[in-house]
Design a protein around this ligand. Structure first.
Ligand code: NAD
Length: 497
């Protein structure tokens, strides 16, 4: 059986804590690897390596730094298929979807190639008599990223590529459920020419996370995962004066206006609601048809589509989606379906009984579709993170607009309509961070920025795009005066311009 250690100082090292976790292959339900769980001492070793390596890396000119990322892109392209297969086998998503996971990460690496331009400071000549001012952006030093299981390629790249391009050294703590791909990405960065110690990966659970949060040498932490942990990390990181950006869970609504193209809308809802078995923070989990006629038309078309979803092992190129990540995740989602029934929602399609022939121990379930869900129900308020779509019927546009706006989560939202006025009003007023107009998964491209509101994001800067440069650098401002501009004598009042 494979055993996965940590990547510290440019090489894989065995764990010394004596603790490990099982890594499953969700499509078969078998344990395929054991991953080491780091102790405080192992995190400390990674920090020491990172601290030593960062001095020279931070002083390396920005263009040379991004040249390493350019080479890394070539290596990811070379190994793309092997990475996608490993990702699918550890996560459970299909191989085409795993390729997308890698590509959305690669796009942020491509963005990071332009970071030398974004790191440029400002300059003002003659801000006062003989006085010139300039600002510069400097790396923070050692920074860390703690990432979730559901995008094991994309989110690590979102974190480490901008941080490293800005001159920081990085400690990655990926999910212990699918650590194989993050470890490979670290190896590829080394092969691309990154000096040992600039990128380290410590595998682990809460113990490793707490060690990162409490370490005084780590200057910033970026987190992606569930909201309760995001909030915990945001608060604990502040106790050691770290900069923190923590992205949490989601409950993404799709509003369907009476004039929407119903066939296109149903296609969008099927892909965005059930792709990756609903294990995406931008998955649509609530559909809100406006008016009874719209709702009835939607249900009429959705029911046969959900019933005919094709579930398969991750290696089946024709599967719509694969298994869930673990048995615990599968049980949790099925429990939520039971909760929904007890709360009085109408289960129009029940996928709980699905069994995958030949893969009986895998973590599979079919798609579930609830109708008549109301906003007081737990299945509406809480994140289910599985192939379950809830339909909440709204009597009019105002009621539909209020649902995502008043919800605790505020990651993504979409409106389906042909009416430009309605779409414009919706985008202006909805209290959610990322909005799609006839686009079900509005993950912004790499040169914009990604971040949800309310319980979906703690901290005031988003991830990737120009915000990532702001997050991973600090600004130093220099006021200079040369002797020719100096008046004689001491001045006791505050300098003004
Ligand atoms: P999770 O919160 O269980 O784990 C995320 C990370 O936190 C992992 O590295 C894990 O090891 C660590 N962790 C887990 N429990 C911890 C604890 N008690 N103390 C300290 N650290 C702990 O999340 P997950 O199940 O891996 O991922 C799914 C969640 O991530 C969903 O809620 C999803 O919506 C969210 N997500 C959000 C975004 C976003 O950008 N907003 C993107 C992807 C996923």
């Amino acid at each position: 059986m494979r055993s996965i250690g940590h990547f510290i100082g440019g090489k894989e090292v065995k764990g010394t804590s004596g603790r490990t976790a099982d890594v499953y292959e969700p499509m078969t339900g078998e344990i395929q690897a054991k991953v080491a769980l780091a102790s405080k001492a192992e995190v400390r070793a990674a920090v020491e390596n990172a601290k030593a390596a960062q001095v020279e890396w931070g002083a390396t000119n920005p263009q040379r730094r991004v040249r390493v990322l350019m080479k890394f892109l070539e290596l990811v392209a070379r190994d793309n298929e092997a990475l996608a297969e490993l990702l699918a086998r550890e996560h459970g998503k299909t191989i085409p979807d795993a390729r997308g996971d890698i590509l959305r990460g690669v796009e942020v690496v491509e963005f990071a190639l332009g970071i030398p331009q974004l790191m440029k400071g400002e300059y003002t000549e003659g801000a006062g008599p003989g006085i010139d001012l300039y600002s510069m952006r400097q790396p923070l030093g050692v920074v860390a990223g703690i990432t979730p299981f559901n995008f094991p390629a994309m989110i690590p790249m979102w974190k480490f590529a901008p941080a490293i391009a800005c001159g920081n050294a990085f400690i990655l703590k990926p999910s212990e459920r699918d650590p194989g791909v993050p470890m490979k990405l670290c190896e590829l960065m080394l092969e691309a020419g990154l000096p040992p110690g600039v990128l380290n990966c410590v595998n682990g659970d809460k113990e490793a996370v707490d060690a990162i949060l409490d370490d005084p040498d780590i200057r910033a932490v970026g987190f992606v995962g569930s909201s309760s942990i995001a909030q915990y990390i945001y608060q604990r990181a502040a106790a050691t004066n770290k900069r923190a950006q923590c992205f949490g869970g989601a409950k993404n609504h799709a509003i369907i206006m009476p004039d929407a193209d119903m066939d296109q809308t149903v296609d969008a809802l099927i892909g965005a609601g059930f792709g990756a078995a609903g294990e995406r923070c931008m998955a649509i989990s609530v559909a809100v048809p406006v008016g009874k006629t719209t709702a009835d038309r939607l249900m009429e078309k959705m029911i046969p589509r959900v019933e005919s979803l094709k579930i398969g092992p991750s290696t089946d190129p024709n599967a719509d989606f694969g298994p869930l990540v673990t048995k615990a995740a599968l049980d949790r989602v099925k429990d939520y379906v039971e909760v929904g029934i007890k709360e009085g929602a109408k289960l129009a399609v029940d996928g709980r009984g699905f069994k995958m022939q030949g893969y009986e121990k895998g973590f599979y379930m079919g798609g579930c579709l609830f109708d008549n869900v109301t906003k007081d129900m737990r299945i509406y308020k809480e994140e289910i993170f599985g192939p379950v779509l809830s339909v909440v019927r709204a009597k009019d546009y105002d009621e539909a607009l209020a649902l995502p706006s008043d919800h605790d989560y505020g990651n993504g939202v979409a409106i389906f309509t042909r009416d430009g006025d309605a779409a414009r009003d919706f985008t202006a007023r909805v209290n959610v961070g990322m909005v799609g107009i006839n686009v079900p998964i509005p993950v912004p491209v790499a040169y914009y920025t990604f971040g949800g509101w309310k319980k979906s994001g703690f901290g005031d800067l988003n991830q990737y795009g120009p915000d990532s440069v702001r997050f991973y650098t600090k600004t130093k401002t220099v006021t200079s005066r040369w002797p020719s501009g100096v008046k004689e004598g001491a001045d006791f009042s505050i300098p003004t311009s």
